[in-house]
Design a protein around this ligand. Structure first.
Ligand code: ATP
Ligand code: MG
Ligand code: FE
Length: 335
């Protein structure tokens, strides 16, 4: 089976061709980061317009790199949420038109489930059940994946997502958008000497909260500036990152143990963070938990992960009709 997958939820226009569920024939990603950088974040109207310009060329490139003709495609998978409504609609409309004209099934995919499924592409031997730690630009959650189509939400963030906190702290430090990779780099040059709060909450609670940490970092920066001190940016980055990482690591392994499982997978853009990956790997070895995470390119937004999720959905008969609409506020939930 050949799946054409389309992703346009935020600032990446992406198309991929998969053979079966896990073999990537192509995964073309056209990022708009340079376009939005001078505004310090994604401008929704500009993102939609760029998606419209990019979508067909990106799809054409995905087909030609895969060496596949459009007529050979067996099904079309597309992100329908969460994301920016105008951005999502570009992908959804393109996918509907293609599925309709080819007479093949259309599969609407939840972007966050896609992030989790990036792990199946990265690790051919990975199989459920496992616990997934989803840390992306807009979401932070722990999910128990029982099999390819049954998930249980264990907890999510009450306020800011981890990626959001990275981006806000970076902005205050004067680093360009997106801030996560910048903080990651800077943190490697600093020491985690500043004692920022760690919202660990009670045992057995898998909710997260990053707004308190974000405020603490902003207050620290302001008070240092008021005192006329030069900012120790690398130490601030390292201390902030250490605080985020410790909370994520602590809760993730607690969830794995409580679920009686022995596998943890990492998903979402923040999964590209080298500090997070290193700490999870270390703890996994210590606790004899199997730990999986995707390559950097599969961590952030891409269509291959959407194709993988769509493939398993279609296997279970979960296909969409042509009334499929964008759902900007779609979340992760039990299924
Ligand atoms: P969502 O998936 O929740 O809808 P999104 O698609 O915008 O949001 P992703 O593309 O999954 O988010 O991830 C982007 C986020 O990942 C940004 O917040 C970015 O700063 C963060 N990020 C990327 N690389 C790193 C890194 N090395 N360290 C920390 N954060 C990172
Ligand atoms: Mg992005
Ligand atoms: Fe994403």
């Amino acid at each position: 089976k050949l799946t054409l997958a389309i992703e346009s939820s935020c600032d990446e226009t992406s198309a991929a061709v998969l053979r079966g569920g896990r073999e990537i024939l192509s995964n073309i990603i056209s990022t708009q980061i340079p376009v939005h950088q001078r505004f310090g974040g994604v401008v929704p109207e500009i993102a939609s317009r760029k998606h419209i310009v990019n979508i067909m060329p990106v799809i054409d490139e995905a087909l030609s790199e895969a060496g596949v003709k459009l007529q050979e495609i067996d099904q079309v998978a597309v992100t329908y949420g969460p994301g920016l409504v105008g951005a999502l609609l570009v992908g959804v409309s393109a996918a509907k038109a293609l599925a309709f004209s080819l007479g093949v099934p259309l599969i609407g995919v939840n972007h966050l489930e896609g992030h989790i499924f990036a792990n199946f592409l990265a690790s051919p031997e990975l199989a459920p059940p496992f616990v997934a730690l989803v840390v992306s630009g807009g979401h932070t959650a722990l999910v128990r994946v029982d099999d390819y189509n049954h998930f249980r939400m264990l907890g999510q963030t009450r306020d800011d997502a981890a990626g959001e906190a990275f981006d806000k702290v970076a902005r205050v430090l004067g680093l360009p958008y997106p801030g996560g990779p910048q903080i990651d780099k800077l943190a490697a040059e600093g020491r985690p000497v500043i004692d920022f709060p760690r919202a660990l909450e009670e045992k057995g609670n898998y909710e997260f909260s990053f707004s308190g940490l974000k405020s603490a970092v902003l207050n620290y920066i302001n008070s240092e500036r008021m005192k006329g001190h030069e900012l120790a940016k690398a130490d601030i980055a390292a201390s902030f990152q250490a605080s985020v990482v410790e909370v994520l690591v602590h809760k993730a392994f607690e969830a794995v143990a409580a679920a009686g499982l022995s596998t943890l997978v990492l998903a979402g853009g923040v999964a590209a963070n080298s500090g997070l990956e290193a700490r999870l790997r270390e703890e996994a070895a210590r606790r004899r938990v199997q730990f999986y995470f995707p390559d950097r390119i599969l961590c952030t937004d891409n269509a291959a992960m959407i194709g993988c999720r769509g493939y398993y959905q279609a296997q279970a008969g979960e296909v969409s009709d042509l009334y499929l609409n964008a759902v900007p506020g779609l979340g992760l939930s039990d299924r």
